[in-house]
Design a protein around this ligand. Sequence first.
Ligand SMILES: Cc1cc2nc3c(=O)[nH]c(=O)nc-3n(C[C@H](O)[C@H](O)[C@H](O)COP(=O)(O)O)c2cc1C
Length: 200
Amino acid sequence: MNINLLILYYSRHGSVATMAKHIARGAQQVANTHVVIRQLPDASFTTEQTSDPIPESGYPYCELDDLAECDGLAIGSPSYFGSMAAPVKLFLDQTSTLWMSGQLIDKPACAFASASSMHGGHEMTLQSMMIPLLHHGMVWAGLPYKNKALINTKAGGTPYGVTHLASHTSDTGLSDDEIELCVAQGKRLAELATALKKRS
Ligand SMILES: Cc1cc2nc3c(=O)[nH]c(=O)nc-3n(C[C@H](O)[C@H](O)[C@H](O)COP(=O)(O)O)c2cc1C
C-alpha cells in the first residue's frame, strides 16, 4: 500500500521552505511513502491572486486536488503576528468543498512554523493552522517527548509541532535540534498515515 503525503507551505524568506525539505526527508524514511511538496503564492490586499500560475522558482503552487488526494498533510507558515500568514489562511478558506464531502476525515495532519522571536507565537501559529484542520476531521500529529531534541533545543521545537527560531537579521538556518525534529515530524506523519489508511 502506498501513501501520499502533501507538504504544503508558504515562505517569504525561506525558513519554512527549508523546514519542508527536512520534513520530506523524514517522511521518506517510511516505506512506500510518496511526498508531494507544494507552496502557496503571496496574497494581495485586494484578495485577488496576482502571481503567475507557475512560480518563478521552487515547487508548484498547491491546488485543491493536491489536498483532496493526500493521505496526510504537513502545513507550514511563518508566524505573522502570532498566527498563520494570510496566504495559508486564504488557501484554507477555499477548502469548503472538501469539508462538505468529508474527504479529509481521519487523515493525519501536522503543522510547522518559523518565527523570529522566542516567545513571539510559535505555538499560537501552529494552533491557528490546527483549528481549521480539526474542523475537517483530521487527526492531529504532534511531536512526543521521546524526541530528546524537544528537551534539548535552545531554539524552536514544540510538542504541538516543529518550529524554527529565525534570526531577525541574518538567519543562519535551522539548528541541529530543529532539523532532527523536522525529520521526526515527517516520519511520524508518514507512519500515522500508513496506519490510518490500513484501518480504513
Ligand atoms: C508581517 C510579519 C509579522 C510577523 N510577526 C511575527 C510574530 O508575531 N512573531 C515572530 O516571532 N515573528 C514574526 N515575524 C517574523 C517571521 O515569522 C519570521 O521572519 C519567519 O521566520 C519568516 O519565515 P520565512 O523565512 O519562511 O518567510 C513576522 C514577520 C512579518 C513579515
